[in-house]
Design a protein around this ligand. Structure first.
Ligand code: NG1
Ligand code: ZN
Length: 552
């Protein structure tokens, strides 16, 4: 205790106090390190950024590794912002440090030094260790200034840093991973990222039989975000295999406004600003390019959404075929959340015969579960996901790619390229896009054929405002409500009134609302069930403002 106290004294307490005052916390403001870090209106975040700079230094000292700090609020409105820390292997911050982050962000000015000391003691941080932090940010107008505040926090605690400037979230994860594996995984530069992914993509697709133009061109809605800048930079690396046409590239529209993966998924309609002809393959990224959904218009002009569930299905069936070809029985598990469409779960289990698991919302939960398999495929329905290969599976596949012959060897090499495309990041829209495009080319599948694997049950997602969303607690991977009393019974009674129906509610981890999800045999019924459940939430969980109205 004394020793740590002494170390803090060495750290120039006056400077910390002085800098902190320049990034003062509005008193009384309380924020949580949620499923995606801190997220709120940009004007409330300056002190949080400074303090996350401080925390990143402590985490870096403790792990003796490079730590990442990403400034973004992903799919949320342009006025919002957020910050999250990236752990040494490109993973999400460890849970005990999420708690430290919350404590540090909420400490009043006069408590800050004490809190830094507490965290250092609790986490046994050696304050004499060097610290290195890498920083990335999205294209929000507020991001540049906020990332400067992160840098202030890093430098005042004596940490060194590299500011990558504009990056997608998965690119920052990549940089962190590369730096902590001494470049073995790839070069920790933006060119290194493009080279690594494009090489794997070009190798994967070079065997492709179908080379018609319809397979080689893709329209991409970039949500007016960072994805546009980065895809444009990457374009020429992949142009021999795929030509991308960018929309909502940020030159006109507002970030995530009426466009982007979240808009398309939740409104179940095309983004604005995209010219779609029937049967053309289109996709949308979200604001920091870690989510992707596909879609197309059929000849009657009907919109078809291909969400994360169908992406997981396409990828896992491809992987299963390759494993069959090489004759290895590595186990594949698919991990979903309660938002997965009921049809997808049925198809995966009954037709594809793969094991499917359900976890709580938030990629960290899916990621954790996926680590239990040789090959863990995980996607949230909203299009955030990836494939994890265990170290043992990776070694085995790489060995087989050398030993096997002919077709078997080709299959093993393809798996090797898939491993290279899915970097360690918890979901990367660019990597997902390249894998999906490669599979479609290799299998000669049109977007309609992919869509026709199974038919989604009509569904609806709604939000309800309540005074305190924490009054709702859940169990069974969020599919059942525990409190407030009576709510689950009410939902059960409503669900019984419809065919092929299912509904659940949970407090959002990123917004101050309760989310309602319902599916049923028709869109009308899904809408009606979602509305009825919203009313039950409003009445039994302390709804505020206007009573939920039917219609959207
Ligand atoms: P919340 O707000 O907890 O529902 C949303 C998404 C998550 C995840 C996080 C992080 C839905 C229903 N929820 O979480 O899947 O992506 O944001 O960005 O899509
Ligand atoms: Zn995102």
């Amino acid at each position: 205790m004394m020793q740590i106290g002494q170390d803090l004294v060495d750290m120039d307490l006056d400077a910390i106090r002085e800098y902190s005052a320049l990034h003062a916390k509005p008193s009384g403001l309380v924020l949580q390190y949620g499923t995606a870090g801190f997220r709120t209106k940009a004007e409330h975040l300056d002190h949080v950024m400074f303090r996350m700079g401080l925390l990143a230094v402590l985490r870096s000292k403790q792990t003796k590794s490079t730590i990442g700090v990403m400034v973004t609020a992903s799919h949320n409105p342009e006025e919002d912002n957020g910050v999250k820390l990236v752990d040494p292997l490109g993973e999400m911050l460890a849970p005990s440090w999420e708690e430290h982050a919350t404590c540090l962000a909420n400490a009043e000015e006069h408590e800050l030094l004490r809190m830094l000391m507490d965290i250092s003691v609790k986490a046994a941080v050696n304050l004499h260790q060097d610290a290195f932090v890498v920083i990335g940010r999205d294209t929000r107008p507020s991001s540049e200034k906020l990332s400067q505040s992160v840098i202030d926090g890093v430098t005042v605690l004596g940490g060194q840093f590299h500011d990558y400037g504009l990056l997608t979230t998965p690119q920052l994860h990549y940089m962190v991973y590369c730096r902590n594996t001494s470049g073995q995984y790839g070069k920790a530069t933006i060119e290194g990222y493009y080279e690594k992914l494009s090489k794997a993509f070009m190798e994967l697709t070079k065997q492709a039989f179908c080379s018609g133009d319809e397979y080689r061109s893709l329209k991409v809605d970039c949500a007016n975000g960072i994805g546009a800048l980065k895809l444009r930079e990457m374009e020429h690396y992949i142009s021999q295999g795929l030509s991308v046409q960018l929309f909502n590239d940020g030159t006109k529209g507002k970030l995530n406004h009426l466009c982007g993966a979240d808009f398309v998924k939740s409104h179940q309609k095309p983004p604005q600003g995209m010219e779609m002809k029937s049967n053309e393959r289109c996709c949308s990224f979200d604001g920091d390019a870690d989510r992707i959904v596909y879609y197309y218009l059929d000849v009657d002009g009907h919109f078809h959404l291909i969400d994360g569930d169908k992406i997981a299905t396409l990828i896992s069936s491809f992987l299963k075929e390759l494993l069959l070809e090489i004759g290895e029985s590595l186990n594949i598990g698919v991990v979903q959340t309660a938002y997965a469409n009921g049809s997808s779960t049925r198809y995966l289990e009954e037709v594809m015969k793969v094991s499917v698991y359900c976890t709580k919302t938030g990629v960290k939960h899916l990621h954790h579960k996926a680590q239990e398999f040789d090959i863990g495929v995980y996607f949230e329905a909203n299009g955030h996901g990836t494939v994890l290969f265990s170290k043992a599976a990776e070694t085995k596949i790489k060995q087989l790619a050398k030993e096997l012959e002919d077709k078997k060897r080709e299959a093993a090499k393809m798996l090797e390229n898939v491993i290279d495309l899915f970097n360690q990041a918890a979901g990367d829209a660019i990597a997902d896009m390249l894998v999906i495009e490669a599979i479609l080319i290799l299998k000669g599948l049109t977007v309609q054929q992919w869509d026709a694997l199974y038919t989604d049950l009509p569904n609806r997602q709604l939000k309800v405002k309540v005074a305190d969303r924490q009054v709702i607690s859940t169990t069974d991977a969020e599919r059942q409500v525990v409190t407030p009393p009576g709510l689950q019974e009410a939902i059960n009674d409503l669900v019984k009134k419809y065919k092929l129906s299912r509904a659940f509610v949970r407090p959002s981890g990123t917004e101050d609302i309760v989310r309602v999800y319902a599916e049923a045999d028709s869109q009308e019924n899904a809408d009606s069930l979602a509305h009825a459940v919203s009313l039950a939430v409003f009445q039994l969980a302390g709804g505020v403002g206007e009573t939920p109205q039917p219609g959207f």
